[in-house]
Design a protein around this ligand. Sequence first.
Ligand SMILES: Nc1ncnc2c1ncn2[C@@H]1O[C@H](COP(=O)(O)OP(=O)(O)OP(=O)(O)O)[C@@H](O)[C@H]1O
Length: 704
Amino acid sequence: MSTMGRQIQRSGAHHQRQYSDHFLDSGNGSNRWLQSAGLHHLQQQDFGFCGGGVGNGGGGGPGSRAFRLQRGFSGESGLYSEPSSPPPMNSRFTGQQEIGKEAMSPGDLSPGLLDLHSLDTELIPEIPTHRLYGASSMYHSAQGRNFDDTDTFLSTVKPSGRAQGGSENDLLKTLAVEKEKANPVAKIRVVVRKRPLNKKELSKNEEDIIDTQSNFLTVHETKFKVDLTEYEEKHEFMFDAVLNEEVSNDEVYRETVEPIVPTIFQRTKATCFAYGQTGSGKTYTMKPLPLKASRDILRLMHHTYRAQGFQLFVSFFEIYGGKLYDLLNERKKLFIREDGKQQVCIVGLQEHKVSDVEAIKDLIERGNATRSTGTTGANEESSRSHAILQLAIKRSVDGNDSKPPRVVGKLSFIDLAGSERGADTTDNDKQTRMEGAEINKSLLALKECIRALDNDQGHIPFRGSKLTEVLRDSFVGNSRTVMISCISPSSGSCEHTINTLRYADRVKSLSKGNGSRREVTQMNTSLRESTTFLSSSAVPVPSPYDVDELPKQTEGNEIDLVEEQYESDNSQLKYNQRLGSYHAPAAPAPENVMRRANGLTQVKESKSEPQTSQSDDDLNFLLQEEEDLINAHRSLVEETMNMVREEMNLLVEADHPGNQLDDYVTRLNAILSQKAAGVLRLQTRLENFHRLLKEHNVLVSYTN
Ligand SMILES: Nc1ncnc2c1ncn2[C@@H]1O[C@H](COP(=O)(O)OP(=O)(O)OP(=O)(O)O)[C@@H](O)[C@H]1O
């Protein structure tokens, strides 16, 4: 089952069950569940039958009706009889931390089985990160920002809460927070790098449409109204850092990877990946980073951790069309295997022990020369593979060199395939289509894993793709992730650039510690509102069925223009929905928008529709649909909670002497019908989404 499929399962019956199990739980327990389901706003509600409501309120003693009701639900019906604490985390994840074993032989070259997922990391004394390099100024970014933790989760834990210290859970939480604080590197960091205009773009007189200021970025998109007059739409974004075209590779390193290097000596698995369309500068950005990091790692090994037996290993492989190849062993095909303990291994991957920078440089060059590349119009050297270079720090057990060394920490660098390659699902030959599908799948899965990671979810959907499968150990335990989104400044790449930024925005905004999303989205919305208003007030937009009503001088362009308008309005609608309010766009009507939202299916099936009418931002479309489904699910849970409350009241009333039976029957009937209708609505939506996943080939099959 795919990530998405699994997620659906998780958020469907299972979630509802969890909700049932914990709904009656009082205080912190139910609050936690509400919070984790994104329903924290319901925490304050008095449900009248929770332990924290009636039970604590004086009317809930053993003799009271509410008490009997509650008991009835937890005991007699059997429906709510499970313990009220959250179910344990998947034991696969907790167990691994203690029992993982590394099956790798020692030596300079360690062929065979690389256990990517052993978390049997050496317990070395943790040294506060800031002491490792001495002067903390080394972490200061090119723009004077520190790579500090802006995670609001940390700042919202008040010292007073700690002092009062209530429950054991609070204490554990506080300890976890303290531990996080000792490591001042953000768990997820999203950085954007804009490259300069290249010769080709300059020769075509393409404009630089990206403005950067501090960690803000504005994309100036030129659009056309239906009467062909031009207008500009601004898209504003905010990230952890925005690096403009003047920023050197050295500065990129300082801003992204340098701060996480010391953490890998502290049992951390760190990942740095570059994302962006082909030719946007991913390889240019990623290439120098491993070497710079190795230099710092070796320096730390030879100074701070001198004579502590640390060793550095390099491996380099690529995922191409869903298959793995060793870039340091003549592209030998590699296989992912899961052992009895559900630990995933890459069978046959060579790890090279290195002790000087020159040796690492040679290996990196060798690996890069072996990478798969394809040819696209945009970048002759375009890569359709994900390249993964890993620097693993290991240490011999008790200084015993005859035993395989154990992994202490790891730093993975991923040069992702061009993001727009995911759109190749309808283009070219079968091979390209399959590559496109795999790329889409991996980008969706990667986002899901990062999202799960930052929300400390017990379940990490790493099985969503080969990429996330091999990165599994980077998503459990102590982890750090840096995403560098590379963008081209040119007007010709506007659409891809916006897609890249939206993906980055989603990665960041979905994380628990981020409050920027709403702000930026609102900014976007107000801008969109003004532009939508402008265009729709200038020329009334007809229904999509009434293309005859379009101005005749635009013949040939009409449909595109109308589609574009609907697309914009559709985004507007969805943006507003995400903000929790519905401002109907001036035109078209919501039902037309819905038609457009489902249009992708129709376009794909319709033979008369040209292939080009399918937008190449499938990935964003799927992400949006996924988000909408989850929102719809959340609304249904909310609605269900209200209905349960009504039902509880109804039951209380039914127990009263002199109760009107026909009133009870009518009201219960209404509640049950409403419930059934809600479930049906969500099921239909779920089926549509599932179909979309199938159509875009993002359902996972597990064959090597
Ligand atoms: N920041 C930059 N400054 C100067 N030149 C750059 C910069 N970023 C990229 N380039 C140049 O742009 C071209 C394309 O960059 P690169 O190959 O890194 O793109 P890419 O995103 O890796 O593409 P693909 O996905 O196809 O591999 C290269 O010639 C590279 O040297």
